[in-house]
Each structure stands twice: as structure tokens, then as C-alpha cells.
Design a protein around this ligand. Structure first.
Ligand code: HDE
Length: 667
């Protein structure tokens, strides 16, 4: 946990209701003597209207729910701090980007997009990565995703897109999935979505952890320095632990074993004091270079390849504190792309412009009126002063007799010198409903993504298309998607077509450019925070386990002992009983007992399933017999021996053995 308390944390004190031993009162502060029996006329008689405690209790319960977010309903939040590496005065006047001694408090909410509040975490979906910076100049939000592009180019299409991807309207199926007709119908008719669809079909859509995924502001924004000079900027969050994913078969099983997999992982990491860190990086484009690219900087379906404009790290965010109340903090937090501070401004990206309307609008409904900015989690750490008044749930008592400007009675006035000044961009043009021709190319960057993938990433993408299109009922929709895939790359089209039993769609020649940064290969290896299961029984060699365990824990791994019974095994406490555990909740497995476990079906399945998902398998002592009994083919990442510490740690650090042939594994 963090040692010093930041400004936002301290400000929340006045709203906190401590955990203490207290007598119960009504909302009016009147002592309650009995909350288990309603007031009745006689012991078996009707309940009386005058039972104000009953009425209040039931009314409050009846009104507990607020509308869930129309998208990104399922989320998890955490507090953190942001520290700047070096002053950026040449680029922006934003105070928090100019003073390296300031630790800016933050609140982050991660989310899935399609499913409702109670849906599972590990679905194939985009992840939201929204950050609120509580700066001394007011709140600044980066409301980003873990993909750098979006499905559409103009925000006016957002309701169409969301209606298409959400559960279908007649039966509200499917939950947490894009594998259905209306989504793919939208895709085939709206080829601007193809680049994003490539990301969605990749393993980026099933992150191992919120701690191991990138974040992107997506749109081009603008930094403005004190002399009014603007620079285009794209925001990137880069996880210090690297970007890692699960595998598809695994996520399907995690959904049943632990629907809160990502949420729990974030929470537990912070409770352990190993909260995630992300570097904030920027891609900067001087205004003079705005038109230097073969795509438009205002088009949210395009990236600026890192090879063209490298990432510059400017600071680091560490998440270090869990919320105390999910509803008060994580559910009520309200992000908004238009929450900017002096020195940060917008571009004319039509998606960003639409979002600048939509977020405030949706909060008004979701949080019940304009005073949602006074909800503790949403309040800036600096003072709020203006002539805005009244509305539902006004909490402040404004003493001023004037709520208009100008006035000659009190001193409320705009702050001419330090106030937010919009960037003075010259704009002219006819009023037209049209898409810029510079937005017309929908294929080149989808091809770039495909070309940049490693072999295993391509195989996973093809498999994802097959799963998704395998759930589409209408043939013409599959055919429409296939035609586009052929244009992205003939190999992609042919492979998906083969799986669907359809003719290859063909497609003309495509470019061969790559952007290595798009591939998830070459991530920083690491054992820290990886979860390792030790399968133990009465035949375990405790010394070998202790040696390996110490080495793993020394590097920050989390080791759990899984055994047929609770209690102790080999002198160590059992963390999980085998029947309540599953290999999908771990990153690697060590078979530590062969005598007792090699005949146990669940233990053999555990090993086989972990193998199927590309995980490192270690065997110590008689554990070798369990691995043999599981019938694992002799393959990379299966490490047995008297001292496996070095090679096993290396195997865990590499995350997965994607090149394993698991096609014959029955698990
Ligand atoms: Fe959002 N989006 N969005 N979005 N979005 C919402 O706001 C919207 C887009 C993103 O944890 C809503 O408070 C429009 C891109 C995140 O609370 C809503 C358009 C990106 C979150 C809304 C987009 C995002 C939201 C729903 C197209 C990545 C969750 C509830 C013009 C850069 C924030 C709410 C949280 C939430 C509108 C597209 C990210 C309806 C109109 C692109 C992370 O206002």
C-alpha cells in the first residue's frame, strides 16, 4: 500500500463512513430498535403504514440500481499516481506535465464493452482503459481502449455500431460476444471497421490481465504550449510487465471457473502491494507534418505506425490503492473526453467531436442530473467556482447572492489570465454531410496488421474468425466478410474460407509492409506476479518443492499448492483443493507428486489442459510420473529433472509455448 496519501485520497476523507461499532439509525438519524420485524397490528396482523423505518428501508432498496453504462458496463477501478519524467514546457502548458515534483492522483477504470454489468471478464472484446488525472488545474481524462483504433470513422455511426454488436434485440442473445449475425452484418457493410476487427480477432482481445495490456487514447489530440503553439499527440499507455494474452480455449473455461478473473487479478495485485505500472508515452506530430502521411491523422481507424513516429515515454502511472466501495467509486465515476486542462486540446477527428458531446450527455441520465460532478469520485482536487446552480441533488450551499455574470455585487468572474483557452485553429468550409476522401482507404492498415503478425498470431486470428463466423446464421453475411478478408490478404481469406468450407474469395495483390510493434512477440520476459500451481499429494518431495518455490517467489511469482484435500501436504498449507481448482487460473504448473496423483483423473487433466494452453509444465521428484501418466507428448516447455529451477523460471518468463502442436490434445 502507498505510504504517503495523495490529495484525492485526503479529500475523500470527509465522505468516508468508517467501519466501527455503531447503533443503527434511520436516514433521519433516529435510533432504530428493531430492523427484523415490521410494525403490525397484533402479532399476526397487517403491517402498518406508519412504520416509517420499514417504508424507508424498502424504498431505499427499491431505488438502489442506476442505469448501467450503455457500453463498458462491466468494469473495475483503482486509484494511482502519475509521475512525470521531465518537464514538457516546449509542448504544453499543462501544469501536471511541467512539474516533475508533483505526483498527480489518478483513478482508472478498466472495462469490457459489449456485456452487461454481470458479464464475464474474459470475453473476446475491446477493453476500456479510462484514466482520470486529478490535476491542480482540474480533471483531465484519457478515456482510452486497449486497441489504438476504432470500428467507425464518424461518431454519428456509434449508435448503429453499438446496436449491431450488443445482444440482438429480439432475445437479448448473445451476452459478452460479438459472434452473432448483426455484428458481422455491420462489419460486412461497413468496411471501415475492418482494421479494428483484425485487432478484435487477435489475442489482444483476450488480455491475460489488465496489468498486461496497452492503453490508447485512439484519437489525435493536441498539446498547446504557453505561446499558443500546437502539436498533435496520440496517447499510449505501455504496461511495464509487457503485453500478454490468454488463449481462446482457455478464456472459454475461465468464464466458468472465475468470471471475475481480470477484476480479481487487479484487486489482488494491489492488495499485495504489486499494483500495475504503465508508462505514458506520446507520439508527437508537428502541425507542419499533418499531411505527411498516407492516412489522415483525424481518422480513428488508423494508427501512426511506431516506425514512422516513435513513442516518447513521458511519465509513469502506478495503481496502488483499491476503492473502498464499488458503487460509490467505480460505478459512479464519470469519464469524459472533453475533460481537458489548459495545454491540452482536441483535433477535428469526427469521432472525438462526437464523444465530446456523448459522455456528458450519458452521465446526466446515468447519474441523475447535472450535479454528478459533486459526487466525491468525480470532484476535482482544486476548488470549483461558477454560477451554475440548483438541479437535483445540489450538495453545495452557495452563499453568494449572485449567480450571473457580469455582476457588481460579488466577485465571480472568468479568469482571463490563467483560464482555459481553446486552440485558435482557423476553420472554414461549406456545411456538408460527407466523409473526407482522405478517410477512404479501409484495407491498407488491416493488411499491415496481418503482415506484422507472427505465425502463431496469424493462426489465432484465423481461428477467431472461424469461431465468430461459425456462429453467424446467414450465409450472405459470411460471404460478405470473406470478400473483405480476401482484400486484406489472400492468405487470410483462403484460410478462413477453407475452415468455413467455402471457396477462397481471391483478392488482388496487397502491400508487404510490416510494423513490428504490432506483434505481441518480444515482450519483456518476467516471472513477477505469474501464478504457479504446485500439484502435490502424499508422495511429494517437499525439499524439491521448497527450493523451486523459493526461487519463484524470490522473483515475485505467486505459488499455490493444489492438493486432493485441504489442510497440509508435505508440511505446507494447501491453498486450493484439486476439485475447486483449475489449470486455467494459473500461468504454469509444477507436478510434484506422481505416487498419489498419477492415477487421479483430475490431476492428469490439470496437466494436460495446461499443456494445451501452452503453459510451462515442471516436474520434480515423482511428479515426472504424473506428467507421463497425463500422456504429454515430448515437447518444449515440459521440464523435468532434479533441479529444474533455472529452465523452469525461464519457461514461465516466456509466458506461453505457442508453437506447440496441441491439435491432438484431448483436454
Ligand atoms: Fe466511448 N462511451 N464512445 N469510446 N467509452 C462510453 O460513456 C462513445 C469510444 C470508452 O469506464 C459511454 O460514461 C461514442 C472510443 C471507455 O466509465 C458513452 C463514441 C473509445 C468508456 C460513450 C465512443 C471509447 C466509454 C458509455 C464514438 C476509446 C468507459 C457510458 C464517437 C478511445 C468509461 C459512459 C468508463 C464509455 C460514447 C467511442 C472508450 C455512451 C459516442 C473510440 C473506456 O458516452
Amino acid at each position: 500500500m502507498q505510504s504517503e496519501r495523495d490529495a484525492k485520497d485526503r479529500r475523500l476523507d470527509e465522505y468516508r463512513v468508517p467501519v466501527d461499532d455503531h447503533g443503527m439509525t434511520t436516514d433521519q438519524g433516529v435510533t432504530v430498535d428493531d430492523t427484523d420485524n415490521s410494525l403490525k397490528a397484533g402479532t399476526r396482523g397487517p403491517t402498518l403504514m406508519e412504520d416509517f423505518h420499514f417504508r424507508e428501508k424498502m424504498t431505499r432498496f427499491d431505488h438502489e440500481r442506476i442505469p448501467e453504462r450503455v457500453v463498458h458496463a462491466r468494469g473495475s477501478g483503482a486509484y494511482g499516481i502519475f509521475e512525470l519524467y521531465e518537464p514538457l514546457g516546449d509542448l504544453t502548458s499543462a501544469a501536471f506535465l511541467n512539474d516533475t515534483s508533483v505526483k498527480t492522483p489518478t483513478f482508472v477504470r478498466f472495462s469490457t464493452v459489449q456485456g452487461s454489468r454481470g458479464s464475464a471478464d474474459t470475453v473476446r472484446d475491446v477493453r476500456g482503459f479510462a484514466t482520470k488525472f486529478y490535476t491542480t488545474q482540474g480533471n483531465f481524462d484519457i478515456v482510452g481502449n486497449n486497441f489504438p483504433v476504432f470500428f467507425i470513422q464518424d461518431g454519428v455511426k456509434f449508435p448503429d455500431f453499438v446496436h449491431a454488436v450488443k445482444p440482438e434485440p429480439h432475445n437479448e442473445i448473445p451476452q459478452g460476444q460479438s459472434a452473432h449475425d448483426t455484428f458481422w452484418d455491420f462489419v460486412q457493410l461497413q468496411p471501415e471497421s475492418l482494421h479494428m476487427v483484425m485487432w478484435l480477432m487477435s489475442d489482444r482481445a483476450i488480455p491475460r490481465s489488465y496489468r498486461m495490456m496497452q492503453g490508447f487514447g485512439v484519437h489525435t489530440f493536441r498539446l498547446v504550449n504557453a505561446s499558443g503553439q500546437g502539436t498533435f499527440v496520440k496517447w499510449h499507455w505501455r504496461p511495464v510487465l509487457g503485453t500478454y494474452s490468454l488463449v481462446w480455449d482457455e478464456v472459454l473455461r475461465i468464464q466458468g471457473n472465475d468470471p471475475d478473473f481480470n477484476r480479481r487479478d487487479l484487486w489482488e495485485s494491489i492488495e499485495r502491494g504489486a499494483g500495475p505500472e504503465y508508462e505514458l508515452c506520446v507520439q508527437l506530430v508537428p502541425e507542419s507534418r499533418e499531411h505527411d502521411f498516407d492516412f489522415d491523422l483525424l481518422d480513428a481507424t488508423k494508427i501512426i505506425p511506431e516506425e514512422l513516429v516513435p513513442l516518447r515515454p513521458i511519465g509513469k502511472m502506478t495503481l496502488n490503492r483499491n476503492p473502498q466501495n464499488f458503487f460509490a467509486e467505480t460505478e459512479q465515476v464519470a469519464f469524459h473526453t472533453a475533460n481537458v486542462v489548459p495545454g491540452i486540446d482536441f483535433s477535428n477527428d469526427p469521432m472525438l467531436q462526437a464523444r465530446n458531446f456523448s459522455y456528458l450527455d450519458t452521465q446526466l441520465l446515468r447519474l441523475g442530473g447535472p450535479n454528478f460532478t459533486q459526487i466525491p469520485i468525480n470532484r476535482p482536487i482544486n476548488e470549483v467556482r461558477n454560477d451554475q446552480r440548483d438541479g437535483f441533488h445540489q450538495h453545495q450551499i452557495h452563499e453568494s447572492r449572485t449567480s450571473y455574470s457580469p455582476n457588481s455585487i460579488s466577485d465571480s468572474r472568468p479568469q482571463v489570465r490563467d483560464g482555459y483557452r481553446h486552440y485558435q485553429e482557423k476553420v472554414e468550409g461549406a456545411k456538408i454531410r460527407t466523409r473526407s476522401p482522405s478517410f477512404a482507404d479501409h484495407y491498407s492498415q488491416a493488411t499491415l496488421f496481418w503482415n506484422s503478425m507472427a505465425g502463431w498470431e496469424k493462426r489465432h486470428i484465423v481461428a477467431a474468425f472461424l469461431f465468430e463466423l461459425g456462429h453467424v446464421e446467414r450465409g450472405h453475411i459470411k460471404q460478405g466478410v470473406l470478400t473483405h478478408l480476401g482484400k486484406i490478404h489472400p492468405d487470410l481469406g483462403a484460410e478462413v474460407a477453407a475452415g468455413l468450407g467455402l471457396p477462397a474469395p481471391g483478392g488482388g495483390p496487397v502491400h508487404t509492409n510490416t510494423s513490428p510493434a504490432l506483434s505481441m512477440t518480444g515482450q519483456p520476459p518476467g516471472v513477477a506476479t505469474r501464478k504457479i500451481a504446485f500439484l502435490m499429494g502424499d508422495g511429494t518431495d517437499a525439499t524439491a518443492v521448497t527450493t523451486l518455490r523459493r526461487a519463484l517467489e524470490g522473483q515475485g511469482a505467486i505459488c499455490e499448492i493444489v492438493a486432493p484435500q485441504e489442510g497440509e501436504v508435505g508440511g505446507m498449507p494447501v491453498d486450493r483443493q484439486l476439485s475447486a481448482a483449475s489449470s486455467v487460473l494459473y500461468d504454469a504448473v509444477v507436478a510434484a507428486d506422481g505416487a498419489a496423483l498419477s492415477s487421479a483423473g483430475p490431476a492428469r487433466f490439470f496437466i494436460l489442459e495446461a499443456f494445451k494452453h501452452g503453459k510451462a509444465i515442471g516436474a520434480v521428484g515423482s511428479g515426472r510420473r504424473l506428467v507421463e501418466a497425463a500422456g504429454l507428448p515430448d515437447d518444449v516447455g515440459v521440464i523435468a529433472g532434479d533441479d529444474i529451477t533455472g529452465p523452469f523460471i525461464e519457461a514461465v518468463a516466456g509466458h506461453r509455448f505457442y508453437e506447440r502442436d496441441v491439435s491432438g490434445v484431448p483436454a
